[in-house]
Structure formats: C-alpha cells, structure tokens
Design a protein. Structure first.
Ligand SMILES: Cc1cc2nc3c(=O)[nH]c(=O)nc-3n(C[C@H](O)[C@H](O)[C@H](O)COP(=O)(O)OP(=O)(O)OC[C@H]3O[C@@H](n4cnc5c(N)ncnc54)[C@H](O)[C@@H]3O)c2cc1C
Ligand SMILES: Cc1cc2nc3c(=O)[nH]c(=O)nc-3n(C[C@H](O)[C@H](O)[C@H](O)COP(=O)(O)O)c2cc1C
Length: 775
C-alpha cells in the first residue's frame, strides 16, 4: 500500500513505523511542516499502561523511550502555605523533542520516508496514496477541508494557559496554587529529563485580564509567572520555546470531538488520527497517549483484517469503532479534570481546607476513586480518613481503622444522622386515601433497619388534589398523621436512622395512574382539577391545569404549612420541600412551565417567589432545631430551561430563607427533556451548589457503591448521598456495602447480629479468591 501521513507528530511517526515494520513492502511517507528538531512544547507524560502497549508493538522503540524516561510516583500539592505529598501515582515523562527524535530515527531505520519542511494544504497533493492519514494536529487542515463529513465539534475552553519550562528538577508531579489580588493561578509542573521540567501556568480569562496579561508580551508574562511562583522555582528561571507564536502566549485549550473519522476523496481514503480527531486536556495528560494508541489500533486492524487497499474501508470502520469507545472514556475523564481546573479558584481553593482540597484535586477526573487512592497510597488515604473523621467529631484510636467518610455522622441543626447515606424518596403508589399502611411500615422500617442514616418517605401530598395518583401518600388529616407516627416511632425505636418527610404538590403532573398502569397517564375517570403556574399540560393529551390565582396560592400554601405542622407532630426529624421533577413548585421555578406575567413569573426572583413563600410558611411551623431540605431539579435538560447556573441562584435564595440542605436532582420538568445519564450524573450539581453557594447538599442519581459515596463525601462534593433504586434492590444496602469494604464497626440491628460475622466472612473469602480483590 501507499500510505502518506500528514503530520510528523507522535501519531504520524508511530503509525508509519508500525506499518512499515508489519510489512516492509508498504511505501510510507510522513510529511511534516517543521524541520526535524523544531517543536513546540516541553515534556509530555503518559502512563505505564501505554508503555506496555508500545512494548508489545515495537520493543525497540519502547526500549529507547524507556531509557529516556523519567519515571516518578509522587504528587505534591502546594496551597496556602501547605506542602502535601502522596505517592503511588506512576507517571512517565519524556521531552516531546526526545520522543519525536526516537520515533523519527526508528522510522528512518525501517525505511519510512520522512519529508520535513513541507506544508501540506490538501490530501489531493497525494493522488497516488491508498491511505492518507490526517495526523496534522488539533488545527488539522485536512479535517477542516472535509468538515461536512468529519463534523468537528470544537469548543474553545475559557481558561488560559502558557506552556513554559524550567531547568529545575522536581521530584514529584507538582501542583502549585497561588492567590493574587485578582484571583488564583495554578502551575502544573513535571520533570521530563534529568534537569528540565514542564511548567504550565493556568488561570481564568478574568484573572488574566485583571493582571493585564492578555496584552502582555512573552517576556512580561514569563517574568510575571517567575515572580508569582518564585517559592517553588527557588531561583530557577522560567523559559519559553514558543516564540514563534503570534499573539498572546496565553492559549485557550480547544476540546475537539468528531462525528466521523474517515472519508473517501475519490482516490484515497483519508482517516483522522490523534489530535486531529480528538483532544484531551493536559489536566490528565493523555493527548500523546491517545495519539499513540490510535496508531497502534489502526495498525492492529490492518494486521487483523488484511493490508490490501481493497480492505481499507473495513479496516477504517473497525478502527473507528474500537477507538471511539476508549477515546470517549478518556475525553470524559479529561473534561472532568479540565472543568475542575476551570472552577478551582471560584469553587474550591478558598473554601476547602488544604487536606480536602488535595483529595478533590486527586479525584478530579472522577476516574480515580476512594478505593483507587487506597491502592495507590494506603498510608496517605488512611491519614485522610482519620482527618475527615476527626473533623466530623470522631476520635478514632490511632491503632484502629478510621471510619470511612460515608460512615461518619453528620449534624445539621439539632439532628445528628448516624451516617451519610440517605434513602431517597420513592413513590410507592400503595396508599388508599393517602393513609400510610402496613406496606409503608415494612418498606420504610426495613430500610431503616438496613443501615441508612436518613430514611425519606415518598412525596407526601398536602391535599387530596395535590396527589400524583390515587395511590399516593398524604398528610392532610389526623388519620394520616397517626399512621405516620406509627412508622416514625418504629424507626426511632428499632434503629439509629432518622426519618425524613418530603412534602409536595403534583401540580400539572397530578391526577394520573399508578406507575404500573401507565406512568404520567391521566386517570380513566375521576380526574381532579389540576393547578399550575400556567395553563399548559405536561402530556399533549394530559389534563390542562388552571393557572393558579392568588387565592389558589394562598390555599395551597396553607396546606403545605398544615402538612409540615402535622409532620412535626408525627416526629419526623427532617423535612424536605419538593421543588423538583416538574411538580407544582418546580414548575414555578422553570421558565419552560412558568409563563406568568405577574410577580410570580419572569426573572429568577419572581419564579422563586411562590416556592419561597411556601418555604417561609413551613419554616415558621417546623421546629427550629430540625432541618429543612429543598429538592431542586438542577437541570431541565432542555433548551431554554433551567441549568445548574439557575439552580445555584435558587439554592442561594433558599439558603437565605433558612434552608439547611439542597437535594440536587434534575429533570422531569418537561416531557421533551434530553437528559445525559451516567454514573453519578447529578453529583456535579451538588458539588457546584455546595461549594459555590456554601450550603450543604445531597447528591443523588446513579450512586450505587460505597466507593462512589466515599469519593463524593470525602471530596466535599456533597454532604450526604441519597440512593433510591439501590434501596429497592437491597433494603440493607448500607450494611452490605460496609461489609464489602471491610468496615466492621457499623452496628447491625441486635436481632440480626448473628448474621453479621458470617456475611463478612463470606465476603472476605470471596475477595481472597479474587486476585487483587477486596470484599
Ligand atoms: C500545554 C500542553 C501540554 C500537554 N501535555 C501533554 C502531556 O503531558 N501528555 C500528553 O500525552 N499530551 C500532552 N499534550 C498533548 C499532546 O501534545 C498532543 O495530544 C499530542 O502531541 C498529539 O499528537 P499528534 O501526533 O496527534 O499531533 P501533534 O503532536 O500536534 O502533531 C501534529 C504534527 O503535524 C504537523 N502539521 C500540522 N499541520 C501540518 C501541515 N499542514 N503540513 C505538514 N505538517 C503539519 C505539526 O507541525 C505537528 O508536528 C499537551 C498539549 C498541550 C497544549
Ligand atoms: C420508584 C421511584 C419513585 C420515586 N419517587 C420519588 C418521589 O416521590 N420523590 C422524589 O423526590 N423523587 C422520587 N424518585 C426519584 C429518586 O428519589 C431519585 O432521585 C432517583 O431515582 C435517582 O436516584 P437513583 O439513581 O439512586 O435511583 C423516585 C424514583 C423511583 C425509582
């Protein structure tokens, strides 16, 4: 085959040499616009796993790279005068020049033709090529030429960074955070040869401008960074090798995703590779890894399917299918890490204590979890757990295992939860006339016996016409209050759990069938009048609500207050106001459902006015020493709807009104929503609100293991973790997860005590049989 690689970066060179090695009959040319020794940048890092891949592909290159590598294990974090270190993180660093020179030499030895100093404008310049590899970097001309096919989606990120170097050797991957009068700067520092380190300085656009650095020349910017990071540099100067750049030396990272990676131009197949196809932010240092692994995969598919020109379409399709999955995984992690650095100044650096700040930094990509950290550096993690537990008021004896974060108690107003796990409210549609019955007693009672620190009952409706379905629970009369009292007393009498009451009004989503007879579908008969901020229905064939009059609003507010008062008398510990999921109060908050033109519609303060009035009414009757949580839909997942930014505004208003917790859910506001689900998908909302607004939060949504909960709580992304569906699968979720992570100090109900040790022993035995496994 005749193969031309446009771009002599890591992707093009490595692919060229792998193909030539696999079949010396191929004619392969790599065309590069620069001269052999010119390159922008300093060192790159990648992981041990990439190295292993490379060893399997071409031992010779791998050996040379390994000889030139600098391997290190430690991460050091400097902030607010503290210097903290952890180990076990396994990175390798190499100068970009050195890496390219090794690859160039190997290409030459194998007979790959290298053409330097040639700017390629188009693939058409190589009509004889069977395959043109577009590995010409993030600004790929070839990709742009076929943008209609490749569908590049390039988002320019808000932060600005400058890529510098220094002749000082750092023995750890170092993150240095410095506050100036205008905001925070961070340096990402790693050594890549015996005497040189990469030194990337990053800040927000706002802070950059406030310092006038957007207008500064290179020398001025370098001098600024040198002064700011003088402590860590210890006199070593900062150096630049990007003098060729026009404009500001402070760059914006561009995040790139492409809809398709290959194209046939009529003569040759064109395929994207490396940064031309996708980018991953330097916050997790994976751009070079992805480029090299693309090259490996494409070469592997030629080996697997055959390297004749006729097979190229099959090979390219298989390459794209395999790589897309891996690239998406890394890009997601890189995005999380990148976003962490974009908000670090406004969200974490000032608020979190240095210990927790460091934990948050280490878990920024959300690929490294609590138990991953334990594998990497058990001593550091145990120290952190001990610190966290002490901060929560636990004084673990130094010889014993510290309490994992999710099992530390949590105090809010006068209520102390025994741990951080919450059973999330879940409608069971099993009541008659709103009265809790034996089903509810057993259902909620068994979850309390199962170890959750706080057990919420389902959305409990404040009047008959506030119900979602005829099977919903209520709290508008004394019979209901007495039945609730029985459940609350049972839980208080037989477990350490606290009990939560979620009160709500279905609004325009009311008068529907129980879930198993058609969720959200109107009742066949016996429908009641719906109320909403505006007269629009949830489903096209659903009941049209009445836009609430001031009289309706006063009546419903009084119903909420009466339910809260009954709830307090029934002994509930925590009250939650349901302002999520498109029910009445939620539909006031969302601009998609609130079209009012009076004082209750329009800007945020107006849309929040009625929910806040209801909040004030319940706060007035709810005992001072007991907390109130507010559940919000933090994202409507639909254009024109509320976003996490809006949710933060509402959270602040509820905080000012006296709310203690924000329970961060999302969606279900409009039928046409397009939610993006995934593991812990709503946790970022809890994180944002907690750390930007300064109010405690509950994270919920696709949290399913102790490792998730520990990671969230330990990083300060939320104060509590609520789990719904896992509690349907396992009433004793909390006790079982404790056993799985080997935490034995959590008490089981005394009646069940003899089941505890055998359960733990079985898990230990199973773990011992799994290589490297924990229970
Ligand atoms: C600040 C910063 C830090 C980074 N740190 C790391 C890190 O620590 N670890 C890591 O793995 N990655 C890192 N990267 C990313 C890494 O540099 C890239 O992801 C990686 O180099 C991609 O390889 P590539 O071969 O696809 O593209 P590139 O390395 O960009 O190579 C493309 C080549 O094509 C050439 N070219 C472009 N257009 C033409 C043309 N028209 N004609 C001829 N030649 C052309 C260019 O000159 C270049 O040599 C970092 C990036 C930045 C910006
Ligand atoms: C059967 C069921 C009923 C639910 N009912 C309620 C409810 O009454 N009130 C509420 O706020 N959320 C309700 N939810 C949402 C859950 O509280 C929770 O936010 C959601 O299921 C995501 O958590 P999970 O991934 O742990 O299941 C319900 C969820 C389920 C599965």
């Amino acid at each position: 085959m005749r193969i031309v690689c446009i771009g002599g970066g890591p992707a093009g060179l490595y692919f060229g040499l792998l193909m030539k090695k696999a079949n010396p009959a191929h004619r392969i040319t790599v065309v590069e616009r620069n001269r052999p020794y010119d390159t922008f940048g300093w060192g790159v890092v990648f992981s041990d796993a990439t190295m292993e891949n490379m060893r399997a592909c071409d031992a010779e290159t791998a050996r040379e790279i390994e000889d030139a590598f600098n391997h290190w294990d430690d991460i050091e974090v400097l902030i607010k005068g503290r210097r903290m270190r952890t180990t076990g993180h396994g990175f390798v660093g190499i100068g970009r020049k050195r890496l390219l020179n090794i690859l160039q030499a190997r290409c030459q030895a194998l007979g790959v033709e290298l053409v330097f100093d040639r700017e390629v404008e188009s693939d058409i310049e190589f009509p004889e090529a069977d395959l043109v590899v577009a590995c010409d970097g993030v600004n790929s001309k070839l990709r742009n030429r076929y943008a209609a096919t490749f569908e590049p989606d390039l988002s320019v990120r808000p932060n600005r960074y400058i890529w510098l170097g220094t002749e000082k050797s750092f023995d750890a991957f170092t993150f240095d955070f410095r506050r100036t009068e205008h905001g925070w700067f961070q340096a990402h520092i790693y050594k890549f040869d015996e005497k040189t380190s990469t030194f990337i300085v990053e800040t927000t656009e706002e802070t950059l401008r406030a310092h006038g650095l957007d207008r500064a020349g290179q020398d001025e910017s370098v001098a600024f960074c040198q002064t700011l990071f003088a402590d860590v540099l210890e006199g070593a100067p900062l150096l630049t090798n990007s003098r060729h750049l026009r404009g500001s030396a402070w760059l914006n990272f561009s995040r790139l995703v492409c809809g398709k990676w290959n194209h046939f131009n009529g003569k040759s197949h064109v395929v994207l590779m490396g940064d031309a196809a996708h980018t991953a932010h330097f916050a997790i240092g994976s751009g070079t890894k992805l480029a090299l692994e693309d090259a490996i995969e494409l070469a592997r598919q030629f080996e697997r399917l055959g390297d004749a020109p006729a097979l190229i379409p099959d090979v390219l399709a298989a390459y794209e299918e395999v790589r897309r999955v891996d690239v998406a995984r890394i890009q997601n992690a890189a995005r999380n890490a990148m976003e962490w650095f974009e908000v670090v100044g406004s969200r974490y650096a000032d608020t979190l204590e240095p210990e927790q700040f460091m934990y948050s930094l280490l878990t920024r990509s959300q690929r490294i979890s609590h138990e991953n950290l334990r594998l990497r550096d058990p001593v550091w993690l145990e120290g952190y757990e001990r610190w966290f537990a002490r901060r929560g008021g636990l004084n673990a004896d130094p010889g014993s295992r510290p309490t994992p974060p999710m099992f530390t108690p949590y105090r809010v107003r006068g209520v102390t939860l025994p741990n951080r796990i919450v059973m999330s409210p879940m409608a069971m549609y099993s009541a008659k006339d709103g009265v809790p019955n034996d089903f509810h007693l057993v259902h909620l009672g068994s979850r309390a016996l199962g170890g959750a620190g706080l057990v919420f009952g389902e959305m409990t409706c404040v009047s008959p016409d506030a119900r979602i379905t005829p099977g919903c629970l209520g709290l508008w009369n004394d019979e209901q209050a007495a039945a609730w009292r029985r459940i609350v007393d049972f839980i208080h009498g037989h477990s350490a759990a606290k009990v939560g009451l979620q009160i709500g009004h279905a609004g325009r989503k009311g008068s529907t069938r129980v879930a198993w007879e058609g969720i959200d579908q109107p009742l066949a008969d016996g429908n009641w009048q719906l109320l909403a901020p505006s007269a629009t229905s949830y489903l096209p064939h659903g009941g049209i609500p009445r836009a609430m009059s001031l009289g309706d609003m006063a009546r419903v507010k009084a119903d909420f207050a009466a339910a809260a008062e009954r709830g307090a008398a029934s002994g509930f510990d925590v009250l939650e106001l349901h302002c999520a999921h498109g029910y009445l109060l939620s539909s006031f908050l969302s601009p998609l459902t609130n079209r009012r033109e009076d004082l209750y519609g329009g800007r945020h303060e107006n849309r929040a006015r009625y929910p806040l009035e209801v909040f004030a009414a319940i706060r007035a009757v709810w005992p001072e020493e007991r907390p109130i949580s507010v559940r919000l839909s933090c994202h409507d997942w639909f254009d024109g709807g509320n976003t996490p930014e809006d949710a933060a505004i509402f959270a602040r208003l509820f905080k000012e009104a006296g709310a203690d917790l924000i329970d961060c859910s999302s969606g279900q506001v409009v039928r046409e929503e397009k939610p993006v689900y995934g593991r812990l998908f709503q946790t970022p909302f809890a994180d944002k609100i907690r750390n930007e607004v300064g109010i405690a939060t509950i994270a919920v949504g696709a949290i399913s293991e102790a490792d998730h909960a520990n990671s969230i709580i330990a990083a300060g992304r939320a104060d509590l973790c609520a789990l719904a569906r896992p509690h349907l699968a396992d009433p004793a979720w909390t006790l079982h997860e404790a056993a799985k992570i080997g935490f034995k100090s959590i008490p089981w109900p005394r009646q069940y005590h003899s089941g505890k040790a055998p359960y733990e022993a079985n898990l230990e035995r199973a773990a011992a049989q799994t290589p490297g496994g924990r229970a």
